[in-house]
Design a protein. Structure first.
Length: 306
């Protein structure tokens, strides 16, 4: 049985299971947040079965990610790897651009951001005023037998996603203020973790989350680095090393999630691999690294400028 047939059967099973779960929804026909997600997507999403995918992904995120990591990703063909990335992808963010999203203060609806999000679908961004934010136990971390801490670092941004996650995951998700969101982002940056804005076709074809990813647990980083699924796009920046200040200690190379730094007396950035996340910049004890804008790395996701 080839991979295409396996995925077709899995999709059919997921749709059937989703329909049954929607009916019972923990003793109720449909919860309020489920209705809002359904209405936001429109009946077209119901007719083309996308809504069931949305529901399963958001309702059973840990199981969804866990299955992908353990079963689906290792079996993907080269063609399937690109198909997965086309529909489910992330844009790497330096800390300042991650903060700009959670502190955004006016309505913004940006569609078909092809230059920013270089994928054929799921490249819209909608923020209604100052976006509501919830933090959620990171499904990539909880899917691991031995995971990093803390867990509540996955940020769900904007409606109807925040309401859905909080209502359906009351034990593992909570709303946070803008200041609390900034504190979490800065703490994760200090830990050397990568900020990534995620987009998915099943999540209304748009941005819905900021993940704060450690290289040992993150599913997106694993998909890209181990399974060659090109689901992460560069921030639009590249790291530059000041050779005079660099002590050659290797801290930046150890911290880099993308194997983009090698040591040769001092740190050297491998341009092709650098995603412009800024982790090396934050971890360098000598302030010898800074991010520089590079037009060949794409357009940054900067909501202040778009």
């Amino acid at each position: 049985m080839n991979t295409t047939i396996i995925f077709a059967l899995a999709s059919a099973l997921a749709i059937a299971l989703g329909a049954g779960l929607l009916f019972i929804e923990r003793g109720r026909f449909l919860r309020g947040s489920t209705w809002r997600l359904l209405r936001a997507g429109g009946w077209q999403k119901l007719r083309d079965k996308t809504f069931f995918h949305s529901y399963l992904y958001a309702r059973f995120t840990k199981e969804y990610i866990g299955y992908a990591l353990k079963n689906a990703l290792p079996k993907l063909s080269p063609r399937a790897r690109h198909s997965v990335a086309d529909h489910y992808h992330g844009k790497v963010l330096p800390l300042a651009l991650a903060e700009a999203i959670v502190t955004h203060d006016h309505d913004t609806a940006l569609h078909d951001l092809e230059q920013v999000i270089p994928y054929p679908v799921a490249r819209n961004l909608v923020l209604n005023g100052s976006p509501e934010v919830a933090v959620f136990d990171c499904p990539c971390r909880t899917a691991r037998e031995h995971h990093c801490e803390p867990l509540q670092v996955c940020m769900i941004v904007g409606q109807p996603f925040v309401d859905f996650i909080v209502e359906h995951h009351p034990q593992t998700a909570r709303r946070v203020t803008t200041n609390q969101a900034i504190e979490i982002l800065r703490a994760e940056h200090a830990r050397g973790h990568v900020h990534t804005a995620y987009f998915k076709d099943a999540m209304l074809d748009r941005f819905y989350a900021i993940c704060n990813c450690c290289k040992c647990c993150c599913g997106g980083i694993e998909a890209m680095m181990k399974h060659h699924v090109p689901m992460l796009a560069s921030s639009g920046y590249v790291a530059r090393v000041n050779e005079i200040l660099c002590a050659g200690c290797g801290t930046c190379a150890d911290a880099c999630a993308f194997d983009a730094i090698q040591l040769n007396g001092h740190s050297n950035v491998i341009w092709e691999k650098c995603m412009g996340c800024g982790v090396c910049e934050g971890q360098c004890p000598n302030d010898a690294i800074e991010l520089a804008r590079d037009e060949h790395k794409g357009v940054p996701l900067d909501v202040r400028a778009l």
